[in-house]
Design a protein around this ligand. Structure first.
Ligand code: DGJ
Length: 695
């Protein structure tokens, strides 16, 4: 059993790592070890109990408490803060029992209770042995007769080994400029990254990597964690005066409260954490493997090639315009034709119609079926865009249910993109959405749904809330999960895309439901290289929908634009009817090349050979699982001449085996390609896709 009771507590061992915790002399559950796996149970340090030595730094403060609660003389960022009915606002947790559950994955459950008040806490640890990951969440239960007000309930606190000054890697940005990758030393005090917008990932993304400042892309020890939550989240990285470093992550407590009724439980989202000795790339590949093994429906299968008509036709949609595009898309080799925004009742612009999810009778007099039939006759599946969480004030839905929106009672709700947000915390709103989209999917042969979300929350009120109105922050996200989960279960043949103005909701929570995410609304290929690289810290290539549209087409060669998007899940979004014959012929050839390599891109391991964030020569290598084949994407963005591309050191090959690189007569060992490297010469905005084979 990879989880065992070591006498001094518990040890959780994965293939290469270990996590240990135990009970200290004061009866507190404390952290013991997180690092490489060690040979013997006694190798792991016992629980330590700091001595009393100064009034300002009590043992309660200095102890490495596993899941600290606000209370007493402990001042580090707590995981838990609650208020009891009598006004007491602190918590004193005591260990109350442990349970080991074998199974797949095996699980350790540790029970804690408040010394005096009726609050029970269960800390759950699941071990993903082969993925080198520990998955954690907490369950709070009110065992008393009066409500308890929960003001913070994080999923986990990860304590880093002592004696290092850590550097935080994270992703920041904004709409259309997602995915700025940052690696910054932690300053003293608490560094907070968060979302307050009810979605997860345009501005920061709910994951972290921490290293001692020396790790590189493929070497060095990197600790990391990621939260499976699609709403408001918070990461607190705290470097204390004592030199300890902790990363706490969970539901954001900003504007948050949850009234836990007697007998009620609250489970936090799951958080996975791990460490890799193989640098940032190694950490990412562990996360990719976890997603493939535990979250995604398709593991290593090549994903279908999409055509999406949004950038070509915007709201100007009818059977004819879409039919003509579909013919071009099919001729190129596309496999799913997606009609984006604009197909439904009176949707002429973004000023009206969200909520009225039936085909616009003016443009689709016989409904969607004639277009679907035409698309199917061309050999493609049909896909459609929806934005379930929104309503336009100018819509039949809003006129019938003005009380269904998120709002404060005494303020006019602020519109964004002329739309308001439905309150998905309400079960009646959830039921309506399930019925509406169940009907759409049952009535039509739709195989792909793009679920979009095009604004952030404002006036986050819920006048009819049965509990505390601030529960909206979590109940809304649970509502999204329920609606989506129900539709997915009822329509298992549908592939789902999570889009929120591009990459606004790309997290491990939504990937329990969505098969793919749209990485950005920015379809410039040089931006895609950066955004894709950043999302790939967490997510594998087959999940990252990357577009070839017409943005900067005059500046960037078609091949460059294709190669950038081909390193993810390719989507064609250009106005094909306006492309020249020569462009369509070139695109057809590039698509054939993509299909020939996508099993490796989607099923293989991803190596970022050079970063688009700090090199004018970005390069990405995908290596098949058996290391027999690889595909290299190499680019040169603008670099003033003379600029010689340094030799590219490949990664992930079998060092002993012999490989040939397309276009070169050389047969060299994997070790040679990885150390002596591959010489390429590219001009500004040129790119290459090269296949590498074991010979
Ligand atoms: C935002 C998405 O990111 C776009 O791709 C497109 O679907 C529009 N919404 C449609 O309104």
């Amino acid at each position: 059993m990879p989880i065992y009771d070591s006498g001094g507590g518990w040890v959780l061992e994965t293939a290469r790592t270990a996590y240990a915790l135990g009970i200290d002399e004061r009866g507190q559950l404390v952290h013991r070890y997180w690092g490489p796996r060690l040979p013997f149970a006694d190798d792991y340090p016992p629980p330590s109990s700091p001595r009393e030595w100064a009034a300002f730094d009590s043992p309660a403060h200095l102890a490495r408490t596993e899941y600290p609660a606000y209370g007493g003389t402990s001042y580090f960022e707590p995981c838990l803060k609650v208020g009891f009915a009598d006004g007491t606002r602190d918590t004193r947790l005591r260990f109350a029992g442990a349970e080991l559950r074998p199974g797949e994955p095996p699980e350790l459950r540790l029970a804690l209770r408040d010394e005096h008040y009726p609050l029970a806490l269960t800390l759950v640890y699941r071990l993903h042995e082969q993925n080198d990951l520990v998955e954690r969440h907490a369950i709070l239960c009110n065992t008393g007769a009066a409500p308890i007000l929960v003001e913070r309930a994080f999923s986990a606190q990860w304590q880093l080994p002592l004696g290092k000054h850590y550097r935080l890697s994270h992703m920041c940005g904004r709409w259309s400029d997602e995915g700025q990758l940052r690696r910054e030393p932690l300053p003293s005090g608490t560094t907070i990254l968060e979302s307050r917008r009810i979605s997860s990932s345009h501005h920061h993304s709910p994951w972290f990597m921490l290293d001692d400042g020396t790790a590189q892309q493929e070497q060095g020890l990197v600790f990391f964690g990621a939260l499976a939550w699609s709403g408001n989240w918070k990461l607190c990285c705290e470097l204390s005066g004592q030199g300890t470093t902790r990363a706490s992550i969970g539901l954001n407590d900003w504007d948050f409260a949850y009234r836990l009724e007697p007998g009620e439980s609250l489970a936090t989202p799951a958080c996975v954490g791990g460490l890799s000795a193989g640098g940032f790339g190694g950490a990412s590949r562990l996360l990719h493997a976890y997603l493939r093994d535990r979250l995604l429906r398709e593991r290593r299968e090549p994903r279908a090639l999409i055509y999406n008509s949004w950038e070509a036709t915007l709201f100007d949609i009818d059977v004819e315009s879409q039919g003509r595009l579909a013919e071009h898309a099919a001729a190129l080799g596309c496999e799913i034709f997606v009609v984006d925004d604009g197909w439904f009742h009176r949707r002429d612009s973004d000023r009206a119609a969200l909520g009225d999810w039936w085909p616009d009778a003016r443009n689709f007099p016989k409904g969607l079926t004639p277009l679907i039939d035409r698309v199917n006759a061309l050999g493609m599946a049909f896909g459609i865009w929806i934005e379930p969480e929104m309503v336009s004030p100018d819509s039949e839905l809003y006129r019938a249910h003005p009380d269904w929106i998120i709002r404060f009672p005494g303020r006019p709700p602020t519109e964004a993109r002329n739309q308001l947000m439905l309150n998905l915390a309400r079960p009646d709103v959830q039921d309506h959405l399930i019925a509406t989209f169940d009907h759409l999917l049952a009535e039509h042969d739709i195989r792909y749904v793009k679920w979009d979300m095009n604004r952030n929350v404002s006036e986050p009120g819920w006048p009819e809330a049965p509990g505390d109105a601030r529960e909206l922050w979590v109940r809304y996200v649970w509502g999204v999960y329920r609606v989506w989960g129900e539709l997915r279960a009822r329509h298992p043949r549908v592939t789902w895309l999570s889009c929120s103005g591009g990459g606004g909701r790309a997290d491990l929570g939504i990937l329990g439901l969505a098969d793919r995410v749209q990485i950005s609304d920015n379809t410039d290929a040089t931006a895609i290289l950066k955004i894709q690289e950043s999302f790939a810290q967490l997510l594998p290539a087959p999940v990252l929908e990357s577009w070839v549209a017409d943005t900067n087409a005059e500046r960037l060669p078609l091949a460059f634009r294709f190669h950038a998007a081909m390193a993810g899940a390719l989507v064609i979004g250009g106005h094909l009817a306006r492309w020249s014959e020569a462009q369509r012929a070139e695109a057809t050839e590039l698509i054939a090349q993509y299909k020939a390599v996508r099993a490796i891109v989607h099923g293989g391991e991803r190596y970022q050979l050079r970063s688009a964030h700090d090199s004018p020569f970005p390069a990405i290598l995908f290596v098949s699982e058996d290391r027999a084949e690889a595909v290299l994407f190499a680019f040169r963005v603008y670099a003033p001449d003379p600029a010689e591309m340094p030799a590219l050191a490949l990664h992930g090959l079998d060092p002993e085996a012999c490989y040939a690189v397309e276009g070169s007569a050389a047969r060299r060992s994997g070790l040679s390609w990885m150390h002596a490297g591959l010489s390429l010469s590219l001009g500004n905005f040129e790119s290459a896709m090269l296949r590498i084979k074991r010979v």
